[in-house]
Write a new protein. Structure first.
Length: 227
């Protein structure tokens, strides 16, 4: 493949494509086995990417900063604190009239479990240069994981549903709503003792592009049209 071919392949997608594993009905609680497999694999990769940021100890994503802060104050693990945050966000769905799907509930559980399982396995000594590479790998895994679980089409994650629900109620641009949420949880997490650092910046800069490129690759290799 030439340079032009790689450029086309890595061109960021602007929407979530339909794939051979996408669910026909978003809110079904009886997905096909390969739809569920794509969902579970994506969520586990996403959680592993978050675990890489935590293990690096150089700063984490805004929502994980909040989970870390809760962990510091409560003594719970970061994974369980992530689960508590997800459940709390789902409670906020009620007045927003958002409806969770199979993917929504799986998101709340699997990402939390992956964080607690993978973080101890990925933790390195403080002086290790590899910790900085973990940040890059973490962004890539979060991008790939997002590409899989989003295209499973089994309902938005808790935080995504909160974002879309608030946007519908306030009628503000979606970007403003998302940015407002991220800044709010980042500040709350930092005040509670969560870690803000270079990893937080890497996440903010890289995750959007990683997800968009992942969706582009999914469209190329897993779209329903190419099957």
């Amino acid at each position: 493949m030439g340079l032009a071919g790689w450029r086309r392949l890595l061109r960021p997608a602007h929407s979530v494509p339909t794939t051979i594993w996408s669910a026909d009905v978003p809110l079904t609680f009886k997905p096909r086995w390969y739809t569920a497999a794509a969902l579970f694999a994506g969520l586990w990769l996403f959680g592993t990417g978050e675990a890489m940021f935590i293990a690096a100890g150089l700063g984490v994503s805004p929502w994980t900063v909040l989970a870390q802060g809760i962990s510091v104050q409560s003594g719970w693990s970061v994974g369980f604190s992530t689960f508590v945050v997800s459940v709390s966000v789902l409670v906020l769905w009620i007045p927003l009239r958002e409806v969770p799907g199979f993917g929504t509930l799986s998101n709340a559980v699997l990402i939390a479990v992956a964080i607690d399982v993978m973080t101890p396995l990925l933790t390195l000594p403080d002086g290790s240069v590899i910790r900085y590479l973990q940040l890059v790998m973490g962004v890539i895994l979060i991008g790939v994981g997002s590409g899989l679980y989003l295209t499973a089409n089994l309902g938005p994650g808790p935080r995504d549903g909160l974002m879309t629900g608030l946007q519908r109620i306030t009628q503000k641009p979606i970007g403003w709503v998302r940015a407002g949420l991220e800044v709010t949880v980042l500040c709350c997490g930092w005040l509670l003792g969560g870690t803000v650092g270079v990893g937080t910046v890497v996440f903010a800069i890289g995750v959007g592009y990683a997800v968009a490129v992942s969706l582009s690759l999914v469209r190329r290799f897993g779209s329903a049209q190419s099957s």
